[in-house]
Structure formats: structure tokens, C-alpha cells
Design a binder for this molecule. Structure first.
Ligand SMILES: [Zn+2]
Length: 132
């Protein structure tokens, strides 16, 4: 086992693993686990930039996107229906809204979505709104 160092949002953390590839997978899994609740509560994805620290220098590894799981349905699974007239072009992508026939939850998809933290575009962003 070796110790590999990573950084995210200025916070460093280490992962014990048998290889660099395994360490990277574990680092991504740790970030996904730590941001799962935030994504679910806000109903929108969380983005975090993961750096691997190599010989003391942070080297950008990848952007980790943690998607919300969406609200539970009153039945086993949502029955998403596109809201008429919601489909619109957005840059090279599209946006559209769907509503569940069972529970009235709303799912909004933007195939050319923008990160709120740094304004970069081109991400698949799915957000949920649960209406009572
Ligand atoms: Zn539903």
C-alpha cells in the first residue's frame, strides 16, 4: 500500500491504495460520497475540481460531477412526461422540462448547462423540484 495525496477546494486528503489508478478511483468515490447530500438537498449537481498532488505540486486531475438522485416517487418509478412547449435551444444544446404523472415532481434538463461555481458551460445538468 502507498499513500497518494489529493486536493479539492484547498483541502488536502490522502488515500491508501495499491496503485495510482486505484487511488484516483477512491478519491473520486470519496468526493462523490461527501457531496451526495448537498446535491440531493439542493436538487442540482455539485461540481468539484480534483487535483492530485505529485511531488508536492497540485496537478489537475478531473472535474467530479455529483448529480442529485432526485426526489422519491409515490410509486416505484417516476413517469416523466415532457412539458409541452418547454423544449428550447441553449447554445449547441437544449433545455426541457418534464413532470412526473404520479407525483408531480419536476425535472429540468440542460444539455449545455453552466456551473454556478465558475460559470463554465457545456455540462449536462439535471435539476429537480418537488412540489407538494
Ligand atoms: Zn414521480
Amino acid at each position: 500500500m502507498r499513500t497518494y495525496s489529493f486536493r479539492e477546494e484547498g483541502e488536502s486528503f490522502t488515500v491508501e491504495a495499491s496503485s495510482r489508478a486505484v487511488a484516483r478511483k477512491r478519491a473520486v468515490a470519496e468526493l462523490q460520497a461527501s457531496y451526495r447530500t448537498t446535491a440531493n438537498v439542493s436538487g442540482r449537481p455539485v461540481f468539484c475540481d480534483l487535483y492530485e498532488i505529485v511531488r508536492g505540486i497540485p496537478d489537475f486531475l478531473k472535474t467530479v460531477q455529483v448529480d442529485p438522485e432526485g426526489p422519491p416517487c409515490v410509486t416505484e418509478a417516476h413517469a416523466w412526461e415532457e412539458v409541452k412547449g418547454s423544449l428550447r435551444g441553449h447554445g449547441p444544446g437544449v433545455t426541457y422540462t418534464e413532470r412526473c404523472d404520479h407525483c408531480n415532481a419536476t425535472r429540468h434538463t440542460d444539455t449545455y448547462g453552466q456551473r454556478r461555481d465558475n460559470g463554465r458551460q457545456g455540462y449536462l445538468i439535471v435539476t429537480y423540484v418537488q412540489e407538494d
